[in-house]
Each structure stands twice: as structure tokens, then as C-alpha cells.
Design a protein around this ligand. Sequence first.
Ligand code: CA
Length: 226
Amino acid sequence: MKLLIVEDEPKTGDYLQQGLREAGFAVELTTTGPDGLHLALEGDHDLLILDVMLPGLNGWQLLQRLREQGRKVPVLFLSARDQVEDRVKGLELGADDYLVKPFSFAELLARVRTIVRRGRSGVETTVLRVADLELDLLRRRVSRGGKRIDLTAKEFGLLELLLLRQGEVLPRSLIASQVWDMNFDSDTNVIEVAVRRLRAKIDDGFEPKLIQTVRGMGYVLELPQS
Ligand code: CA
């Protein structure tokens, strides 16, 4: 199990490195954002522990660059800043956990072990969720409010795409190529029909309505702004 710590405060960095080594991990430590990014791109770490405020490139920017390169390595943020928006920002960027300084080493160790175990078992994101709607990619099952919903293969593919790209307006042409594997032909209403059927199954009789039509543009799945 290999960890990378990016922390510019020497005392904290050394303390973490030593403690995690004693706990049985291989630990690399670096103190700047650019060096951290370089090491993270080069190595195959099981987990990155990132401070937020770092010289050169902050922890969020570092994570963003990593995700842009398609790196899915789990990330635990350490930060002295405990505002809610910071926490949300880190999690939105794809962090796995967030620990506010000062923290106890025991707590850090417990979180590190949880994240590493989850990463190893490969059961990270097999269930996509929004509100009370759940789509289980492994079992190919969909439910809303705990009620099982039967979908055709195409409806399932459409819902999966909408969920994976939650909040993004998806043009019909994109839906056509991703779900139907066909070029979009504006004469066909196959997508409208499929969306209508999907809506009838997952939105009728439930609140809030999740699939929205954006006129002239396409469809988006998101929680309506209240
Ligand atoms: Ca710092």
C-alpha cells in the first residue's frame, strides 16, 4: 500500500509520514503542489493525502489536473479551513474524504484504511443516485423510493447516461450516438419517445421530477432548484 502526502508544513508532514510508515504503509512525502502532481502522475499510489493550501498549485488544482488526466486515485484532503463550501468543493472535485486540522492521528489512520479498502475491493461507484432514485450498474436494477422499476435495455442506457452526466444538458444527437449507437436523424422521434417512456416510469407518481426538457437543446437530469 503506497501513499503520497503533499503537505508544506514540515512538522505535520514528518509526523504523518512517520506515523503512517509505522502503520505499515509505504509513504512518499513532498511539500509543493507541482512536485505532488508530478509524483502522483508518475506513481501508482493507493491514496493521496493532500493539504489544501500548498505553494505552486493548491490541493484542489492538483486534484483537478489529476482528474483531467483520467487518474482515479482516491484523495483525502487535509485542511485548516473548515467552511462548508470548502468541504463541498473538495468533494465535488472528486475527493473521497476531508479531514479538518487539527485532527487526531487515530482518526486519520481510520479514514485512510477505509478509503484504501474501498479502493481495493473495486466497489466504488456501482450505484448511481439522485434523490431517491438509484441505478445499480452491477445488478442492472433501478429503483425509486425503494420501489423496483423495470426498464428496457435502451431505457436503462438512457437513464445511466443522464445520471452519469447529471446537471448537464445532453443534446439529442449525443444521446443518439451514446445510447442508440446511431447518427442523429432529426426526422426520427425515437429519443423523444424513449424519454417520455422513461419519464413515465421514473417520474410519474414521484416528486421531485428529475428529467427536465430544455427546449431546443435536449434533456437534463437534475434536482430542480427549490
Ligand atoms: Ca499548507
